[in-house]
Write a protein of this length. Structure first.
Length: 255
């Protein structure tokens, strides 16, 4: 015969009032499964929240990185612009110049000079026109191509280039050389310009156009720019606009 606990109601007996009903085994299993599911969902929710937080942080870092890179790029562009503007040199010939308004101190003018071709006949410019170096007058039919020369040139060919509107810059090689010569060269335009040594000049540098000439104190003389802007490719020369190329190259041409 099975033993019965005195506190356990017998089969068919009613549960005393106030006593807790026993939980069926199936309900207990369901409760355990629900708790495990809730735990899994809670862990999954935590992972999703952590992932979203990580993605938000990465997005914020990308935005900050892009902003910093953009600011850096803008800064670099600004620095480049400042450097270019600061280092840029003004044009040698001012495109907006007004030659009539430019005054060049010490300019000597030679009026009424002829432009006849006298091929094969040397011209004594000092005796005939009181010019040294020449700034116009009779000359040979072949003009000297514009450019930079390291050797003295034939006067009669150089004068023909002046007739076309070129400026002839001569320098005393005993007084101008090295860095000073480079500076003088850099101050001249790349076309309709002659640069040549000329021994025994009356000044360190002499610039000549057709019928005009100025003696300069050196390569830093501000009249270099003034003379160029007033007389370079002047419309008053005998043959304005004629070529300064397709003539002859003299000895020692550099460029």
């Amino acid at each position: 015969m099975a033993r019965r606990d005195d506190n356990t109601p017998a089969s068919g007996e009613a549960t005393p009032r106030g006593a807790a009903r026993p939980v069926p085994p199936a309900a207990k299993q369901q409760e355990r499964e629900l708790t495990v599911k809730q735990q899994r969902e809670a862990r999954r929710a935590e992972k999703v929240a952590a992932l979203k937080k990580q993605q938000a942080r990465q997005k914020r870092n990308r935005i900050l990185g892009i902003s910093a890179a953009s600011l850096l790029a803008v800064g670099v562009v600004v620095l480049i612009i400042v450097f270019v503007v600061a280092s840029a040199k003004p044009p040698i010939i001012d495109p907006d110049r007004d030659p009539e308004a430019i005054s060049v101190e010490g300019v000597q003018t030679f009026d009424g000079i002829t432009s006849t071709h006298v091929d094969g006949q040397p011209v004594d410019y000092a005796a005939t026109y009181e010019m040294n170096p020449p700034a116009g007058g009779e000359h040979w039919s072949q003009w000297l191509n514009c450019g930079v020369y390291e050797e003295p040139q034939q006067n009669e060919n150089a004068v023909h280039a002046l007739e076309h509107g070129a400026i002839w810059t001569t320098y005393n090689p005993d007084e101008v050389s090295g860095e000073d010569l480079e500076k003088l060269r850099d101050s001249l335009p790349s076309t309709y310009s002659l640069l040549t040594p000329y021994p025994d000049l009356p000044a360190p540098v002499v610039m000549s156009g057709w019928g005009v000439q100025v003696q300069l104190d050196g390569v830093d003389d501000p009249r270099v720019s003034q003379f160029l802007n007033k007389y370079w490719q002047s419309p008053s020369v005998p043959e304005p606009g004629a070529l300064c190329t397709n003539g002859i190259d003299g000895p020692g041409k550099v460029s």
